[in-house]
Write a protein that binds this ligand. Sequence first.
Ligand SMILES: Cc1cc2nc3c(=O)[nH]c(=O)nc-3n(C[C@H](O)[C@H](O)[C@H](O)COP(=O)(O)OP(=O)(O)OC[C@H]3O[C@@H](n4cnc5c(N)ncnc54)[C@H](O)[C@@H]3O)c2cc1C
Length: 495
Amino acid sequence: MEHFDVIVVGAGLSGIGAAWHLKTLCPNKTFAILEGRDAIGGTWDLFRYPGIRSDSDMYTLGYRFKPWREAKAIADGPSIRAYVRETASENGIDRHIRFNHKVKRANWSGADARWTVEAETGADKRIVRFTCNFLFMCSGYYSYAAGHDPDFSGRDSFQGRIVHPQFWPEDLDYKNKRVVVIGSGATAVTLVPSMAETAAHVTMLQRSPTYIVSRPGEDGIANWLRRRLPAKLAYMITRWKNVLMGMYFFHLTRTRPQKVKQTLLKIVRDELGPDYDIDAHFNPRYNPWDQRLCLVPDSDLFEALRKGKASVVTDTIDRFTPNGIKLASGKELEADIVVTATGLKLELLGGMQVAIDGVPVNMTKTMAYKGMMYSGVPNLASAFGYTNASWTLKCDLTCEYVCRLLNYMDARGFKQVIAHRDPTVEEAPWLPLSSGYIQRAADILPKQGTKQPWRLYQNYIRDLLMLRHGRLVDGTLEFSSPPAQAKPQYALAAE
Ligand SMILES: Cc1cc2nc3c(=O)[nH]c(=O)nc-3n(C[C@H](O)[C@H](O)[C@H](O)COP(=O)(O)OP(=O)(O)OC[C@H]3O[C@@H](n4cnc5c(N)ncnc54)[C@H](O)[C@@H]3O)c2cc1C
């Protein structure tokens, strides 16, 4: 069995970032990346629907260590994929990746202070095993095998084509076709203007509205700075500008939700004119940032609506019919193609089963420590980004923290670290959004706690101070070595 100091699971944005941090901050550590698919890039390789792009800016979605050099701040999928691949190749990370290794199980041996990781590989799903001292899960947050696809009644009777954005068929020809996109999340608002360019008409069919904000696709200040300053400095300034602006806006949504709501609705009204029924189609029932805000670059969605190439219908699906979709209002939407942009299926730790000394761990009973480790589970961390800001901001900090932890353990001769749950800390839902896909997954997610270090503040500056500069030995983490190899035994709150 091959052994590594660290096994990283996943070669997406987070996994490649984790590898960079390991190479840079823990140069003596051996590591491998086990990747279930045959490509680097994760989300940015999987999703191929028309118009696929980020919905947060690349100065914060990009890595802290690698400037985003393109003019567009809201970037298309292929450019992001190229950025992740370039990071892997220019740092020799690609050599560490084992493609087509889908990790299924990990068992921790307390006696050896090691994980045995089982992965399926090849067409015959052969099981291969590796051991490692530390397991770093960079497997994203949703199932790659299936999206969320509600079982609409009459679906089989529909004579057109039904497509889920996660599995976009290369051969789909929608030119001059009538398209209905079900959903109003980030994917729907991306697809609608993009498909509307050549389709006969695109209808965005939503059960209820979402907040939609338009932002310039290019960041004028970032591009101005890049022309005048060294790339790294310009990137750092823009990154901080966007972090602070994002935090300020989020703070306003918490402290003055009605004011923010009115401002957002006014912007949509200015885009679509006084005659458009904003209340019916763009006025959500919840407050801004109770669910993720949808960003559209350069008003592309509003432009498609203004030109009549696309329209929005707010109604409930009664059933599919041979020609389209019958709505609860009695109206029928005729369609040649229906796109079910109904969302993702959340999945924790890439669907991997975790066991400790052969006893399965119920991850929903664990509490997340600093949003990355899990109570009672030794030597395992996961990269999980923000819900109210770019994913990579948190993942970069998580990677730095994991490297600090590994270096600390090496220096003191500790083999294992475990976060012990504090029985006085109350449980709270892990993710603070009211979005359907998060509520549906409530029973598969771990919990967060009501106070530090168990509470998730979704706040970059707070996390930066805690993860980059905070004490590792905090009375919650227990560092130890298994008795057979024990030199220093316990160092609980000793330093
Ligand atoms: C369409 C779309 C747009 C998005 N846009 C944004 C945005 O603009 N801004 C933002 O902040 N976030 C966005 N997100 C969230 C996005 O997923 C993250 O930004 C980021 O790409 C996640 O990177 P990751 O590497 O953590 O996970 P992923 O990109 O999901 O990569 C995980 C990798 O792990 C592999 N893997 C999973 N399970 C296993 C296993 N058991 N064994 C082996 N390998 C495994 C997968 O094959 C994959 O390669 C978006 C998500 C989607 C779906």
